[in-house]
Structures are given as structure tokens and as C-alpha cells.
Write a protein that binds this ligand. Structure first.
Ligand code: GLP
Length: 235
């Protein structure tokens, strides 16, 4: 695992945006995309750049169950607002939060089979989750429906008017689905991510209690963080 520590989120996001452009320029076609505050600045840099994704495909990690694509807190809406309205892809896939569970899981797995991911962008939850793979998720999981943990509901409630509105379930790519990406970039910013970052970077093997640690077995993973997220790492 490669680690890049930058002074702040803006500088770290610049590095990530450049790596994404490099991937596109060197023939990468399928981009695995993430939502949340971590990739926001990366999308802003891409949106303001000359990059052209019109021959590329995007596949998003996850979506809340029960939210329609036009709900302001859905991940569909987030992607449209932050990236797709400025930089359209040839095709963009996001799980459908309103679809029937079995059909949606089959549909998403076949999308991933048809479009193997060249570069996957990831954030990390405060409890070490990646996408919505909460602690305890089997390492060999494919796309599935999850019950969100209380910690994730609490962390995400800031985006909703009231805690009761935060969805309790989500569709997510599984840990095995994520590990199939050829390259992975994980972003983490701020002190509240420091513990999860420490667990990830100090892990010697994958620990299902801290799902991001599955990445220790990935052959091409770059972790890009700011100094605050690095604050618990040994000197
Ligand atoms: C959510 C998403 C994850 C994201 C994580 C961290 O639960 N499902 O994909 O990485 O939260 O979010 P943020 O970047 O806003 O801290």
C-alpha cells in the first residue's frame, strides 16, 4: 500500500485528481466512484478541468435503499450535482435504491462483470467501512443490501433535516467486488478519520472488524490523506 500525506484536503485532492486524469490518459475506461465529503474536492477539480469522460464508464459504490434518484440526499443526485452535470460519462451506473433487492443485486453484479473497474476511488467511514461494508461484512462479499450501523447513521445524519429521515439500509458493492478493481485510491481527511486510517495502515492482514483493512491485500492501492487524518500514525 502506498501512502501519500499532504498538508490539507485541497492538496491531497489535487494529487487524486491528477492520478484519475493519468489513468484516463493511459487508457483506463471504467472508473469506480464514491460519494461523501471526501471525494467532493476531487470532483470539483475534475469538473473545472479539461478532462473528457465521454468515452469512459462510471460505476458507483452504493446507494441508500428507499431514496429515488432525484432525492437530494441520494447518491445519484450527489453524483449528478458534483460531477456528471459537468463531465458526463458514456454510461454511469449507480445502484437503484427503489429496485427489488434480488433483481438489483443481479443487475449490479452483471454491470461489474461487463465493466471491470480500472480505478476505484474510495472514502472511509469513521468505523473503517468502505462503500457501505460495515464492520463484520464478509471479506468475500459481492453486491448486497446492508443494514447501516448506528455509527454510520449518526455520521450521515448531518445531511438530512432530521435523524429519522436517514435511511437505515443501503445497496453496496461488496468487499470482494471492490478488491477486483485494478487500482484503488482511498481518501481520508480530518481528525475523525484518524483512528480508521491508523487501523488500515497498521494492519498486517484483513480484519473484518475494520473493513478497509481488506486493502492490505490489494496489489495497487494508494492511500491519500491530510495531516489531520495521519495524526495517530507512528512517526
Ligand atoms: C458513507 C459512504 C462511503 C463514504 C463514507 C465516508 O457512509 N457510503 O462511501 O466513504 O460515508 O463519508 P465522508 O467522505 O463524507 O466522510
Amino acid at each position: 500500500m502506498k501512502l501519500i500525506v499532504k498538508e490539507n484536503k485541497a492538496q491531497a485532492s489535487h494529487v487524486a485528481a491528477e492520478l484519475i486524469k493519468e489513468e484516463l490518459n493511459s487508457g483506463g475506461k471504467v472508473f469506480g466512484l464514491a460519494t461523501g465529503s471526501s471525494p467532493e474536492a476531487v470532483y470539483e477539480l475534475l469538473a473545472d478541468s479539461e478532462v473528457d469522460f465521454s468515452d469512459a464508464i462510471s460505476v458507483n459504490l452504493d446507494e441508500y435503499v428507499g431514496l429515488s434518484a432525484d432525492h437530494e440526499q441520494s447518491y445519484h443526485y450527489f453524483m449528478h450535482q458534483h460531477l456528471f452535470q459537468y463531465k458526463p460519462f458514456q454510461a454511469s451506473y449507480v445502484p437503484d435504491g427503489l429496485a427489488d433487492e434480488n433483481e438489483e443485486i443481479d443487475r449490479y453484479e452483471s454491470i461489474l462483470k461487463d465493466h471491470p473497474i480500472d480505478l476505484q476511488l474510495l472514502g472511509i467511514g469513521e468505523n473503517g467501512h468502505i462503500a457501505f461494508n460495515e464492520p463484520g461484512t464478509p471479506l468475500d462479499s459481492d453486491t448486497h443490501k446492508v443494514d447501516l450501523t448506528e455509527s454510520t447513521i449518526q455520521a450521515n445524519k448531518r445531511f438530512f433535516n432530521h435523524e429519522d429521515e436517514v435511511p437505515r439500509q443501503a445497496y453496496t458493492m461488496g468487499l470482494r467486488s471492490i478488491m477486483k478493481a485494478k487500482k484503488i485510491i482511498l481518501l481520508a481527511f480530518g481528525e475523525r478519520k484518524a483512528q480508521a486510517v491508523k487501523e488500515l495502515l497498521e494492519a498486517t492482514k484483513a480484519d473484518p472488524d475494520s473493513p478497509a483493512t481488506v486493502l492490505v491485500d490489494h496489489p495497487d492501492c494508494t492511500v491519500i490523506i491530510d495531516e489531520a487524518a495521519a495524526s495517530l500514525l507512528a512517526e
